[in-house]
Design a binder for this molecule. Structure first.
Ligand code: 8YV
Length: 335
């Protein structure tokens, strides 16, 4: 590695993070915040020792294979690493790190915000009052009726950090907590959350009032909520997704909402961001947000801190704390 490794950051980060990075590293920032084109990304990986990408940078096998020999660390600014071809990185001997934990609570808060907003018609009410074309005639006993949350069954898909943070908040609202996850959580945590584990996702889907998607996007979870599975939901059920868009077949979801085979959705993420199926916009039964669940200043600063800790550890020849896959020598020693 170079004496003074070059760190290339693909997007504008909070000022305090950028200035600290400038003090610590030989860093190339992106003050314009324009997402890098594929060509610009290719140029960046040819000269960088360390790349700091975000969810908007697709670090494909092609990009990794065309990287310069110096590229040794991809320190992702984000918890999800579905933007990076991990197999290609592993193959090329490039370490990948992420920023887990620091955006858990903010993402869970926004998940709850959507769980409240959709059944309680929050956006519809706010839009009504703000539209100068409307004149509010005052309270009415049968107007703007939504659905009660307490006592309803919530089915969480993916009971990792964020899923558990959603469960503890939802418990306080009186939801019955259910979950499906590739790994069952410890008994004590299940008991604390009052959570029921469903081995069969299909069976859980058929019985829930609200589904919250909180698993990572991996090849195994691509279109996990397929047209077939969406058809298992009750027509009164709502879907909330603050994880990744491609876990749900977006076209099938929009069709289900259009046909009334499910009641509505709260969506912070989309399959082909920033494109969104037009049927999910301007629709009273959908609250759509522009991928902002973790968008707090605090979380962005904490994410930046994690990125810097990972880079610093790597440069100082320590094991970066947030490695996505284990060190090669670790794998070898277990064999
Ligand atoms: C981030 C996220 O804002 O960290 C994640 O996985 O989904 C987001 O909330 C984004 O990914 C940053 O790259």
């Amino acid at each position: 590695m170079n004496q003074d490794p070059l760190v290339i950051v693909t997007r504008k980060l909070p000022d305090s993070i950028e200035s600290r990075m400038g003090e610590l590293f030989n860093v190339r920032l992106n003050p314009t915040d324009q997402p890098l084109s594929k060509e610009a990304l290719l140029d960046a990986v040819k000269v960088a020792d360390i790349l700091v990408p975000t969810v908007t940078d697709k670090i494909t096998a092609d990009i990794i294979q065309n990287a310069g020999e110096n590229l040794k660390l991809i320190a992702n600014f984000g918890a999800g690493v579905d933007n990076i071809d991990l197999d290609a990185a592993k193959e090329a001997g490039i370490i990948v790190t992420n920023t887990p934990g620091v955006l858990t609570n903010d993402t869970a808060d926004m998940t709850l915000a959507l769980m409240l907003a959709v059944p309680r018609r929050l956006l519809e009410g706010a839009i009504f009052l703000n539209d100068p074309a409307n004149k509010w005639g005052g309270w009415s006993p049968t107007w703007m009726l939504g659905h009660r949350l307490g006592g309803k069954s919530l089915g969480i898909i993916g009971m990792g950090r964020i899923g558990q943070a959603v469960a503890s908040r939802a418990k306080a609202f009186g939801f019955k907590i259910n979950y499906h996850s590739h790994r069952r959580i410890a008994d004590e945590i299940e008991q604390e959350l009052g959570a029921t584990y469903w081995e069969s996702l299909d069976q859980m889907l058929a019985r829930m009032d609200i589904i919250s998607v909180n698993c990572p996007s991996t090849p195994a979870t691509y279109h996990l909520l397929s047209a077939r599975r969406l058809a298992l939901l009750k027509p009164t059920a709502f879907i909330i997704n603050t994880a990744r868009g491609d876990i749900i077949d977006e076209n099938a979801l929009a069709t289900a909402i259009e046909n009334g085979t499910i009641a509505g959705a709260g969506l912070d993420v989309f399959e082909h961001e920033p494109e969104i199926d037009h049927r999910l916009l301007h629709n009273d039964r959908v609250v759509a947000l522009p991928h902002m669940s973790s968008a707090t200043l605090e979380s962005r600063i904490d994410m930046g801190e994690k990125v810097m800790i990972n880079i610093k550890a790597f440069i100082d020849n320590h094991n970066p704390p947030d490695r996505v896959f284990p060190a090669a020598n670790h794998v070898r020693s277990r064999a």
